[in-house]
Design a binder for this molecule. Structure first.
Ligand code: SF4
Length: 251
């Protein structure tokens, strides 16, 4: 039975909580059955989840991903159509001084660094990769402003290569709430996820977590009452729960 708190949110009854606590005995968040259940539910919810950054080429996706740091995809999508109309090719960007690019990307934040990264990446791609965005993790990581997250976005979304898992702020938060990792460092989180998520799912899984993070599992006040993962989630900061919660799973 569910009861309603004074502020209107639903809370499980004490009997239900006792049952839930008992059910937690022997619980292992990384059990293959639990992982399969999480993946199955995410597939039902977001079977065709993909990158929300508007792009028409690997280069445009690379630029959009660099611009998305500390910003939102919506913000970036407001800027990029005009940006790529003004500078249609990677060679156009390589010919710029970072200062010239700054006004065009200012609204995405951290625009001085981002301008340096985008122009630097364009110059390197023109000088060392014949003007084509490279297709390996190793080569992508040599580009200014490109760490594993950006490389994984480009490799997964454009080149359809699942060689890693995109770990952004949503994937970090949800992986911790779902107890798929206890780490906070993106590289360690990615390594933890790669151990438990089948490789065939690496690209889709990250997009699914990102969508779930945007729509339901927000950083503040996650909508647990609406969440289809609720009864298999034990996150410490749940706003509503039918199962025992514990400190192992934190945002
Ligand atoms: S139950 Fe709440 S904390 Fe857990 S995944 Fe769903 S929205 Fe996030």
């Amino acid at each position: 039975m569910l009861t309603h708190s004074r502020n209107g949110s639903k809370k499980p009854s004490s009997t239900q909580s006792k049952v839930a606590r008992r059910d937690l005995k022997g619980y292992n968040p990384l059990q293959p059955e639990r992982i399969a259940e999480i993946l199955g539910r995410l597939d039902q919810l977001y079977f065709d989840a993909t990158c929300a950054l508007t792009h028409r080429s690997a280069w445009e996706l690379l630029v959009a991903t660099i611009l998305s740091a500390q910003s939102t995809d919506v913000n970036v999508n407001r800027v990029t159509p005009e940006l790529f109309r003004k500078y249609p090719t990677v060679r156009d960007f390589a010919a710029l001084e970072p200062k010239q690019l700054e006004p065009d990307i200012q609204s995405t934040g951290f625009f001085r660094n981002k301008a340096k990264f985008v122009v630097g990446a364009a110059r390197k791609i023109v000088a060392e990769f014949a003007g084509e965005v490279p297709e390996t993790m190793e080569q992508l990581l040599t580009l200014p402003g490109v760490a594993r997250k950006t490389a994984n976005v480009v490799l997964g979304t454009w080149f359809k290569q699942g060689v890693g898992i995109v770990v952004d702020t949503h994937v970090t938060r949800l992986s911790r709430r779902l107890e798929l990792t206890k780490n906070t460092d993106p590289q360690k989180i990615e390594a933890d996820l790669m151990k438990v998520i089948p490789q065939t799912k690496w690209i889709l899984f990250a997009h699914q977590l990102i969508w779930h993070g945007r729509k339901v599992c927000a950083a503040r006040a996650p909508k647990c009452v609406e969440c289809r993962l609720e009864n298999i989630c034990h996150a410490a900061d749940k706003t509503w729960s039918t199962v025992a919660i514990h400190k192992m799973a934190t945002p």
